[in-house]
Structure formats: structure tokens, C-alpha cells
Design a protein around this ligand. Structure first.
Ligand code: KG4
Ligand code: ZN
Length: 340
């Protein structure tokens, strides 16, 4: 794309991960993430604690990202940061840091939409990973998001379906909490599901029109089911944990796949990409792959470290915007509800 040496520092702080990454042209040189363990004991992200942890982490994380990339800050071409959506207190830490860093170095500042970044992570140069051709459909699934987006060009995106309540990751985590599993519960439910019977128990799928999702009713269905069973047999959870996990996973994947199939049919687009923490799920990966045979899809799943919240995806968007000289004013503000 360019013979210039463009170095972008990307900063991500929208939720509970403080992350920084350096990208050289399209290639990632470093990708540092500091996870905030503090939330585990509360069973979910506590916004106040998140922003405090970001304040503690941001300087060492950026320092490490530059060190691992083996460049000095003076070599940077621009600083890209997550403007939103996310938790306001968390976003403010990254936004103010990015502004002062770019200002001090006298280089451009680039604001990035976190949801666009999850999708554009597919354009990071990475051996063995193909980039989706336009137009493609992207399904972003994580603890904070559940969207289906029609992507016509890098910055020409349309949300054609999204959750009207909980995100899919929350459905995993809240179901896990009911079962007494730790937070986040998604990975453990996934692991146990692989040795359970997916048809052991059935949970009704929510009826939501069109391409939108709903997961709050599902969580309630799991709660009532478990309460009823435990009343009859206090050891119900322990005796059936793998089967319960498999049945939960089966229902959730069914919900996601139904909407994805409908989206592909309606838009006549067969290139399908996923992103977000839940795309690590073994069941969704299998279901997607089977879509290649069944529906003639070509599917794209990014490298794991680029699916969960990370700054490499912010840096790649920064690079793409840098090429278009799409820079931000220094009075840009964080936006908790920023839309695609
Ligand atoms: O993208 P992410 O790291 O953070 C945001 O929420 O933005 O996603 C975390 C979510 C959690 O809800 C976690 O339970 C879920 O992704 N998750 C999984 C798996 N790995 C992570 N859910 C299902 N199966 C997995 N293997
Ligand atoms: Zn995210």
C-alpha cells in the first residue's frame, strides 16, 4: 500500500483491558494487553475499579509496547486511540493519554471506533490469515457486543442486526454464574460443552424479528430451569454440569447461526467474518466452518489475540485512517455510546 515507514501507536481502554500496540505499515510489531484481574472476584467488570486500573497500567503498557517494537516514541507517525463505545471512565483514561502523548510529540491524533476496529482487525497482515474481500458480513460477539454488520468498505459499514438487551458473552457469563462457575464463564462452559450432550436439556430460543438478537430471556430461562431442577434434586448441577453446559452452548450457537444465515440470505453475501471474545468458542467455529459446505460461505476468523479486546486492532484502523489523512482535532472527546 505504501513504501513509507509508518509507525502507529494504538491505545485501547474501553472496558477492562489496558492495551497498547505498535504497527509498522500493516504489520504488528507489538501487542501488549494488561488484563484487570480485580473484576474476577466481583463476577463482572466494576467501572470504577476499571478506570483506576487503567490509570495505573497505561504508562507501563505503552512503554512496553514501544520497547517490544524496538522503536523510540520519536519514530511514531501518529497515535490512535479508542474513542468509544465503552465505559466512560475507562475511555477517558486512554483518550487523555493519547491526546497528551500525540500533542507532546507533535504528531497526528486519530480517533477509532472500537466496533469498527473489531471488524478491521481482519486487515492486520498476518501469515496464514486471509483478508475478507468487500462486501462481507461481520458478526462481532463478545461480553459487550453482539452485532451483524454489512461491510462495504473499510469505513463504509452498516449495522444490520444487534442485540436489544444482553450481549452473547453476557449470556455465557450470567448462565455460568447461575451454575456457580467463575467469571468469565464462557471458556469453561465451552470446555465442558465438548464432553456433554447438547440435546440433554432444551431452552427455547427468543423470538426477535429480523436480524436483531435478545439474550435476557435466555438467561432467565436458564435460571428458572436450574431453580426448578435443584428443588427436586439438590445435586442436579454437579451431576449434570457438562450436559447443562452443552445444552446452553447448543442454544446460543443456534441463535447466532439462525441470524447469520438470515443475514447472508438477505444480503446475498457469502463472505462471513467474526470477531470479539466469543469467537474463540469451539462450537461457533465449528458451526461457521460447516456453513462453508452447507451454504457456500467463505469464513474468516482472526488470530485469537486480535479477537478479544486489544490495541492491535486500534493500531490497524489508525494506519488505514493515516493513509487517508483522516486525523482528529485535539478537542475530540470520548463517546460511551459511539455508533458505527
Ligand atoms: O472480547 P472480550 O475479551 O471482551 C469484551 O467483552 O469486549 O470478550 C469477553 C467475553 C466474555 O463474556 C467471555 O465469557 C467470552 O468472551 N468468551 C467465550 C469464550 N472465550 C471467551 N465465550 C464462549 N466460549 C469461549 N470459548
Ligand atoms: Zn470489544
Amino acid at each position: 500500500m505504501s513504501s513509507q515507514n509508518i509507525y502507529i501507536l494504538g491505545i485501547e481502554s474501553s472496558c477492562d483491558d489496558t492495551a497498547a500496540s505498535v504497527i509498522h505499515n500493516g504489520k504488528i510489531l507489538s501487542n501488549v494487553v494488561a488484563n484487570q484481574k480485580i473484576h474476577t472476584e466481583y463476577g463482572g467488570v466494576v467501572p470504577e475499579l476499571a478506570s483506576r486500573a487503567h490509570q495505573q497500567n497505561i504508562v507501563p503498557v505503552v512503554h512496553q509496547a514501544l520497547e517490544k517494537a524496538r522503536i523510540s516514541k520519536e519514530q511514531l507517525s501518529a497515535v490512535a486511540f479508542t474513542r468509544g463505545p465503552g465505559l466512560m471512565g475507562s475511555l477517558l483514561v486512554g483518550t487523555s493519554f493519547a491526546k497528551s502523548f500525540a500533542y507532546g510529540l507533535n504528531i497526528p491524533l486519530i480517533d477509532v471506533n472500537h466496533m469498527q476496529a473489531h471488524i478491521l482487525a481482519h486487515f492486520i497482515d498476518e501469515e496464514g490469515f486471509d483478508k475478507p474481500p468487500f462486501p462481507f458480513l461481520a458478526m462481532t460477539i463478545s461480553g459487550g457486543h453482539t452485532q451483524i454488520v454489512k461491510v462495504t468498505d473499510y469505513f463504509d459499514m452498516e449495522v444490520i442486526g444487534e442485540t436489544i438487551d444482553d450481549a452473547v458473552g453476557e449470556a455465557y457469563d450470567k448462565s455460568g454464574k447461575i451454575l456457580g462457575l467463575g467469571y468469565p464463564a464462557g471458556p469453561e462452559i465451552d470446555k465442558r460443552a465438548q464432553s456433554g450432550d447438547p440435546k440433554a436439556f432444551s431452552f427455547t430460543k427468543p423470538k426477535v424479528d429480523g436480524l436483531d438478537f435478545s439474550f435476557s430471556g435466555f438467561k432467565t430461562a436458564v435460571l428458572y430451569f436450574i431453580q426448578k431442577q435443584v428443588k427436586e434434586n439438590p445435586n442436579f448441577i454437579e451431576e449434570n454440569l457438562n450436559d447443562i453446559c452443552a445444552s446452553i452452548q447448543y442454544t446460543i450457537i443456534g441463535i447466532l447461526m439462525d441470524k447469520l444465515k438470515l443475514a447472508s440470505k438477505q444480503t446475498v453475501i457469502k463472505h462471513i467474518a467474526i470477531g470479539g471474545g466469543v469467537s474463540a468458542n469451539s462450537g461457533i467455529r465449528k458451526a461457521l466452518k460447516s456453513g462453508e459446505q452447507k451454504f457456500g460461505w467463505t469464513t474468516y476468523i482472526p488470530k485469537f489475540e486480535f479477537t478479544t479486546d486489544n490495541a492491535a486492532m486500534i493500531a490497524i484502523v489508525g494506519y488505514l485512517k493515516y493513509l487517508e489523512e483522516d486525523f482528529s482535532e485535539f478537542d475530540v472527546t470520548a463517546s460511551a455510546r459511539l455508533k458505527i
